[in-house]
Design a protein around this ligand. Structure first.
Ligand code: UD1
Length: 378
């Protein structure tokens, strides 16, 4: 039996973990036992607990309760605590997702103990090292033994950095496995999209299934922590809503809420702008199915918009998911008010069609686990 330990800590990781944990339970329970370590980077009911309940993610075997802090403090505390668990438990591999501080902490602790690191969502790049996520994902890729990329572009990015698929020597961080396996988030979108859910009360009133609306989120530090950028986004939202008579649904991340209190107060009674707490995964899927347009700086949400064949305005200068730009269904506007308005107008006025399949066939989790079994059982 392969003992696989998995790090989760932030919202997008709970979502990805649901796909792999489900595949372990359904198809690999004879060969893999999985234990989750929850770092506690996200800790609120609606940033963490609701995902475990709703997506049937197994309860973590370990909870580090690290909470928030500066990047160094957070990463340091997590690395130390994960190292202690790995030394004691000696798993056969440590799986990490994406690009958060929890990802890097897990990868660092495991690599130095010579425990193979499995990186799910390897190879993505924004080519902007001022982003904490870019630092986390680059460093993690360079010390991983299994690199599972959701796209061909990811595999090419790794190759450009000298991380190539292994030769006949045994697998290691110096001779890693590199595969385009598709996207575990697509596995989940297919699996969960038909499940029923209740919306928060204020959104129920809006009758989202029959009322045109735009779905919007903002949480990146370079947008929330820069008042000029944040107010440009909020101004553009207001203008899009007014010009199109369009409802805007804005589930607000705790980081963002703290930075836009005044704006929230000013818009609390606005008939078209609906500010809510973060929504659950099933609620988000419901909103994605019914929205006319997504406007976001989230990596996960821009891709989920694509899964549901919805256009997307991205409040960033660049994206790691470059393939959606090429299809013409998404555009990076940064926080340029004019460009946000023009792009929203374009998408709201024109019908969108033709979303070629870009993220696999809904079985990325099985490909990942198959390869783990193949190499670790050998
Ligand atoms: C993190 C990830 C980012 C991911 C995002 C998803 C890093 C560097 N960034 O960003 O890649 O897209 O999660 O949401 O790891 N907070 C709460 N309650 C919570 C969680 C956070 O109040 O449950 C507040 C804290 O004040 C914290 C702030 O939100 O300081 C930001 O949280 P943090 O984990 O630092 O980064 P995110 O912006 O969530």
């Amino acid at each position: 039996m392969i003992r696989l330990f998995t790090i989760v800590g932030a919202r997008p990781q709970f979502i990805k973990a649901a796909a792999i944990s489900r595949a372990v339970r359904l198809h690999f329970s004879d060969s893999i036992s999985e234990t989750l370590i929850h770092t506690g980077q996200h800790y609120d009911e609606n940033m963490s607990d609701v995902f475990f309940r709703e997506m049937e993610i197994p309860a973590p075997g370990f909870h580090l309760g690290v909470g928030s802090g500066t990047h160094g403090a957070m990463t340091g505390k997590m690395t130390e605590a994960i190292e202690r668990i790995l030394l004691e438990q000696q798993p056969n591999a440590l799986l990490v997702y994406g690009d958060t501080n929890s990802t890097l902490a897990g990868a660092l602790a495991a690599a130095k103990l010579h425990i193979p690191v499995v990186h799910v969502e390897a190879g993505l790049r924004s080519f902007r090292k001022t982003m904490p996520e870019e630092v986390n994902r680059r460093l993690t890729d360079h010390i991983s033994t299994f690199l599972f990329s959701p796209t061909g572009v990811g595999v090419d990015n790794l190759k450009a950095e000298g991380i190539m698929h292994h030769d006949e020597r045994p697998l290691s961080a110096d001779n890693p496995l590199v595969i385009n396996c598709g996207d575990v988030m697509y596995d989940n979108a297919l699996y969960f999209s038909e499940k029923p859910c209740d919306l928060p009360v204020d959104l129920m009133k809006l009758d989202c299934a029959n009322t045109p609306f735009v779905l919007c989120t903002v949480h990146r530090d370079f947008n929330t922590d820069d008042p000029v950028r944040l107010s440009a986004i909020l101004q553009a939202l207001h203008e899009v809503s007014t010009r199109h008579g369009m409802h805007i649904i804005l589930p607000v991340h705790p980081r963002t809420r703290a930075r836009m209190e005044t704006w929230i107060r000013q818009h609390s009674d606005h008939p078209y702008i609906h500010i809510t707490d973060p929504v659950s995964y099933l609620q988000m899927l419901f909103l994605l199915k019914h929205t006319r347009l997504v406007m976001t700086d989230s990596g996960g949400l821009q891709k989920e918009a694509y899964f549901f064949q919805k256009p997307c305005v991205i409040f960033r200068h660049e994206t790691e998911w470059v393939e959606i730009l090429k299809t013409g269904h998404a555009v990076c506007t940064d926080t340029d008010v004019l460009r946000i308005n023009e792009s929203a107008d374009h998408f709201l006025r024109s019908a969108t069609a033709g979303f070629p399949s870009l993220y696999g066939n809904g079985h990325a989790s099985e490909v990942i686990l198959d390869n783990i079994v193949k190499y670790l059982e050998a």
